[in-house]
Design a protein around this ligand. Structure first.
Ligand code: NAX
Length: 326
């Protein structure tokens, strides 16, 4: 039996937590031969609810669940963790300006980044799900100067998976056969889902669809506004699909993609003209626990204008929290 991996999940009492924890404990994220210890962080007022979730986890009698900890202290939750899923965040409340939301979350992710810096495993893989995910990940990364910045990532996988399913529906093909999709930028309606290089059984998806107006006027708005459509229909924001995307993201990062492209929000290394350190969605492949940006893609005029919109939004968010990062 392998040694257990310590996995931290913040916001453990929330909706995404409830869809996420059981799948991690059943081995869907790190493999069916990999025991895990769950280290659950939530606010003091949510501790009773976390205990309830832990009771249900116990009642599943998962063979791979080697232990659990519940706490409201980030330094306890992150102690020696090799994977940290930062899901908990401050939601936008009535009358709250975007600026206030950014500031409230900046405070949370400054503290959590510092705690990871102090107590996490030096190779910890961090995925930020809590919104605004890219900027929160950027803040955590900047608050953890002793950790490799490349260990901090933001979740764009839900946008990627949403785009895949729209393309499968449009082409009438199986979602599993679509390869080489890229989603650029911010996890927000400005993200740019780019199927110019996508293939289905080797055939070009762009040629199959051959409809720029559909791309611009239907596909991109549908993917971009999917979160709002789900709130409208369900009365609650996406949870199971978000948890699923988080599992996909960490599984692929840890276990590899066999050369297949996936989308991760990662600190830019300057590729494609994205300024260094901006936490940006890129197409990547993963191998041996490391991700590599897919290089050499041509960025045409339409793509560049879409990428600039999402980049500008991220730069504005970054400027909005710069004063908090010292
Ligand atoms: P919930 O409101 O159901 O749960 C959030 C949980 O986080 C609560 O239990 C709360 O007590 C806890 N929490 C708040 N502040 C905390 C802190 N400082 N430390 C630890 N725990 C804290 O929200 P849920 O639906 O689970 O969504 C969680 C986050 O994911 C939200 O920020 C949401 O906007 C974001 N999302 C991100 C997505 C993505 O693709 N990146 C998609 C889905 C989702 O909208």
């Amino acid at each position: 039996m392998k040694a257990p991996v310590r996995v931290a999940v913040t916001g453990a009492a929330g909706q995404i937590g409830y869809s996420l924890l059981f799948r991690i404990a059943s081995g869907e994220m790190l493999g069916k031969d990999q025991p895990v210890i769950l280290q659950l962080l939530d606010l003091p007022q949510a501790q009773t609810a976390v205990k309830g979730v832990m009771m249900e986890l116990e009642d599943c009698a998962f063979p791979l669940l080697a232990g659990m900890v519940a706490t409201d202290d980030p330094e306890v939750a992150f102690k020696d963790v090799q994977v940290a899923l930062l899901v908990g965040a401050r939601p936008r409340s009535k009358g709250m300006e975007r600026k206030d939301l950014l500031t409230a979350n900046a405070e949370i992710f400054t503290v959590q980044g510092a705690a990871l810096n102090k107590v996490a495993d030096r190779n910890v893989k961090v995925l930020v799900v809590g919104n605004p995910a890219n900027t929160n990940a950027y803040i955590a990364m900047k608050s953890a100067p002793d950790l490799n910045p490349n260990n901090f990532t933001a979740m764009l996988r839900l946008d990627h998976n949403r785009a895949l399913s729209q393309l499968a529906a449009k082409t009438g093909k199986a979602v599993a056969d679509i390869e080489k999709l890229a989603v650029w930028g911010n996890h927000s309606p400005t993200m740019y889902a780019d199927y110019r290089y996508a293939t289905i059984n080797g055939e070009s998806v762009k040629d199959m669809i051959n409809d720029h107006e559909w791309n611009r006027d239907v596909f991109l708005p549908t993917v971009g506004k999917r979160g709002a459509a789900i709130i409208e229909a369900r009365g609650l924001s996406s949870a199971a699909s978000a948890a699923n995307a988080a599992i996909d993201h960490i599984r692929d990062w840890a276990l590899g993609t066999n050369g297949k492209w996936v989308t991760m929000g990662i600190p830019s290394d300057g590729s494609y003209g994205i300024p260094k350190d901006v936490m940006f969605g890129f197409p990547v492949t993963c191998e041996n626990g490391q991700y590599t940006i897919v290089q050499g893609l041509e960025i045409d005029e339409f793509s560049r204008s879409c990428i600039n919109v999402t980049l500008n939004e991220l730069e504005e968010e970054r400027a909005g929290v710069a004063h908090l990062l010292g």
